[in-house]
Design a protein around this ligand. Structure first.
Ligand code: ADP
Length: 372
């Protein structure tokens, strides 16, 4: 996979696969966004600290972080609502820091925004809501009508043009929000918790829409979300922000397979197989009964068969407690927990060396009293 995204952080151990200079001419041409050393302080709060990242054309980047991490400030900097104290923000190669409000308006038309609560005007029809940015941009009525019809077709709402928002479901309202954000054919779509107000099924349909828009239009998307499922299903890359700094980033499958920071592990907790609660509660670091290991690996389909091969190679030597394999971005991500008698050192050694020959990572989680 080609390198699509680069982040500079002080902790280089957390950077993965950065193979190309951010300043090469080829990259510069493909960059829709380039942030270089962005910092922003509010009083004593450092909301953003030396953030550098690029989004290339056609990339879907997920940005995750705890509440207060700096996500909204970053978004506001990207659409020109906030000016950083230092650093450079380029949208399609144009530095937008220090622009006048009038100059910023032109930049904003290149950046579409999708909101959590849709932000539709209730007194206007679906068509009028979508037409609004075009009207503000001065497009004539006939062109507007044609463009609105195209956009509603694109988001699957051609039959709702004359409806009012109140008559729409949440998912339909968000489709209107997306059509409106796309009206001026922006280069970048900023989605701020775009599916957080929707039920799981509607979320899936909105994500499918975003994915197809990304493929059809080649639009670059920045997804800000606290829903890790969203990242897993549509993003190419993920960046983790904490305390205003990008602390970890990489292709989604890699970060999900082997999160490096404690913050990322906490954010991904609901998505990664965990030790069952009853066992976690009894876990001790004192050697006793059974030893528990967490095994994880990621890679091609062969790596996806790891658990099957493991069970076949060492039958009866361990108990599977939890976990398995899932596929993210065409990569197999394997994570499971096993237990084995702590007294049988020979078996334990055999298991560990077999797993190491398979490039699996193995972590001793602790001990529990014997299973009976
Ligand atoms: P997130 O979107 O990740 O929840 P924010 O970007 O909203 O985080 O906020 C980052 C930090 O900056 C927080 O500590 C927040 O309280 C602070 N902050 C953001 N905007 C302002 C502001 N206008 N005035 C003062 N503090 C702010």
């Amino acid at each position: 996979m080609t390198q699509l995204f680069e982040v500079a952080t002080p902790d280089t151990a957390l950077l993965r696969g950065v193979t190309e200079s951010a300043h090469s001419p080829l990259r510069a041409q493909n960059n829709v966004v380039r942030l270089q050393g962005i910092s922003r302080r509010f009083g004593h709060t450092q909301a953003l600290r030396d953030v550098s990242l690029t989004l290339q054309k056609g990339e879907i980047l997920g940005l995750i972080g705890r509440s207060g991490a700096g996500k909204s400030t970053l978004i506001r900097c990207l659409n020109g609502l906030e000016q950083p104290d230092s650093g450079v923000i380029e949208i399609e190669g144009r530095n937008i820091t220090g622009l006048s409000e009038k100059q910023l308006q032109a930049v904003r038309s290149r950046v579409g925004m999708v909101f959590q609560h849709f932000n539709l005007l209730s007194a206007k029809t679906v068509a009028q809501n979508v037409a609004l940015p075009l009207k503000i941009a001065g497009m004539d009525k006939a062109q507007r009508q044609q463009r609105v019809a195209e956009l509603l077709e694109l988001v699957g709402l051609a039959d709702k043009a004359q409806h009012y928002p109140a008559a729409l479901s949440g998912g339909q309202k968000q489709r209107v929000g997306i059509a409106r954000a796309l009206a001026a054919s922006p280069a970048l779509l900023l989605c701020d918790e775009a599916t957080s107000a929707l039920d799981p099924e509607t979320t899936r349909s909105i994500l499918a829409l975003l994915k197809s828009l990304n493929q059809k239009l080649g639009i670059t998307i920045l997804l800000i979300t606290h829903e890790m499922e969203v990242i897993k299903s549509v993003a190419h890359r993920v960046a983790v922000i904490d305390g205003g700094e990008i602390i970890e980033h990489g292709p989604v499958w890699q970060v999900f397979a082997d999160p490096q920071s404690a913050v990322t592990r906490t954010l991904l907790r609901g998505l990664l197989p965990q030790l069952p609660d009853n066992l976690a509660a009894r876990l001790s670091q004192q050697k006793q009964g059974e030893v528990i290991y967490c095994v994880h690996a990621a890679g091609d389909d062969a790596q996806g068969d790891l658990l099957t091969r493991f069970a076949a190679a060492l039958p009866g030597k361990f108990r599977l407690l939890q976990g398995g394999v899932e596929h993210i971005q065409h990569y197999a991500v394997v994570r499971f927990f096993i237990a084995l008698p702590a007294s049988n050192i020979a078996d334990e050694q055999q298991i560990l060396s077999w797993l190491h020959t398979q490039q699996a990572q193995v972590e001793r989680v602790g001990y529990v009293a014997s299973h009976d």
